[in-house]
Design a protein around this ligand. Sequence first.
Ligand SMILES: Cc1cc2nc3c(=O)[nH]c(=O)nc-3n(C[C@H](O)[C@H](O)[C@H](O)COP(=O)(O)OP(=O)(O)OC[C@H]3O[C@@H](n4cnc5c(N)ncnc54)[C@H](O)[C@@H]3O)c2cc1C
Length: 403
Amino acid sequence: MSSPFKGEREGHHTVAIVGGGAAGFFCAIRLKELCRQTEVTIFEKSRKVLAKVAISGGGRCNCTNTFTQITDLSQAYPRGATLIKRLFKQFSPQDTFRWFEEHGVPLVIQEDQCIFPKAQDSRAVIDCFMNEVRKYGIRIETGCRIEDPVELLKEFTDVVVTVGGLQHTSLHLTTPLVECVPSLFTFNIDDTRLHQLMGIVVENAVTSIPGTKLKAEGPLLITHWGMSGPSILKLSSYAARHLAEKDYKSPLAVNWTGETNADKVREHIINIIESNAKTRLIDNVRPFGLNTRLWNYLLQKIGLGGKPLGDIGKKNVNRLVEVLTNDQYTISSRCQYKDEFVTCGGVPLDSIDKHTMESLHTPHLYFAGEVLDIDGITGGFNFQAAWTTADAAARGIIRQVSA
Ligand SMILES: Cc1cc2nc3c(=O)[nH]c(=O)nc-3n(C[C@H](O)[C@H](O)[C@H](O)COP(=O)(O)OP(=O)(O)OC[C@H]3O[C@@H](n4cnc5c(N)ncnc54)[C@H](O)[C@@H]3O)c2cc1C
């Protein structure tokens, strides 16, 4: 029978990585960078490794973010912010930037602070990882599904589980999991007149779930199924658990102006009315630079389409403020496709060592990446969590070996 920690007893330090995705590859490479002698094998259930990296960021791989627009990490990581903050001391977004550039992947920072390979092609990241794997002689076993990672400890000194989101995975783990639900999805809204506005982008919308504190801001895209865009994706992340509990049926409020102070919105509307009162219909003005078709849709919704500005009384001003800042919709379901989808939930963070990612229940078993109960909003934050936690696991393993 194989003995536990067989590799170590025979004088080798051997590590099995379960899952050939972003976290698995990064952990494998970091292990070799930290300790060349370590023998590393990646087990991947499918025939293709790094499949998600390939399709990520629309095929361009948004591999990290400058984080300069993030004042509080919980804005970027609705789950796991405290742990990520701690681990950034070891491997930060700046370290990610440096690491890729030093490994032959020049990066560019977009205006929205998202960071991509200069080549604008996720292939650049995949090629980099494959080069490192070849250079260090890391073994890759594809078509190899691991059902019970703990069993691997009979053959390997350490095992790192990097299987990604556990939502549809039947992995045998001793730790009870935090229930897995989807995050980062768009909303189906049954409103055919809204669907006719597909393609319209409102640059600064505030979306919220009425009756809760769940709120997000950013660009909003009207689609032929409902609503999408960064504001909606962010809200789906903040509200991932809430919406799952409601079976993805929920009211939704949209502030189309980006201005959260209703008095300022009122002032803006009154100014428009006063300066155009004699000549124009309400349809012909564009408060807050709103798209004309969207403005007309909103006016129809409150029955003010075609009204001369001079006839808009105080009551109607109130209705205009309401439709601009608190426009009500009903989410009928979540859109299942086309999204940069991640899993909320997974291995609970109180079941792992906060520095090393080692399981508190099973020595020599480590976790990294999306399998953990950490997930971020769109913008490169999920890959950053994968690099940072993978690095932490590699350091944890090597530190223990050195000790
Ligand atoms: C369409 C799309 C676009 C995205 N774009 C971005 C982006 O631009 N920026 C960003 O930050 N994030 C993005 N994400 C999220 C990001 O891809 C994930 O957060 C990241 O891939 C997580 O890395 P991981 O290694 O933990 O998991 P994964 O990349 O999912 O890798 C897990 C691997 O483990 C394998 N596996 C699973 N079970 C087993 C098993 N039992 N045995 C062996 N192998 C197993 C899987 O086949 C897979 O290859 C995107 C996600 C999607 C779906």
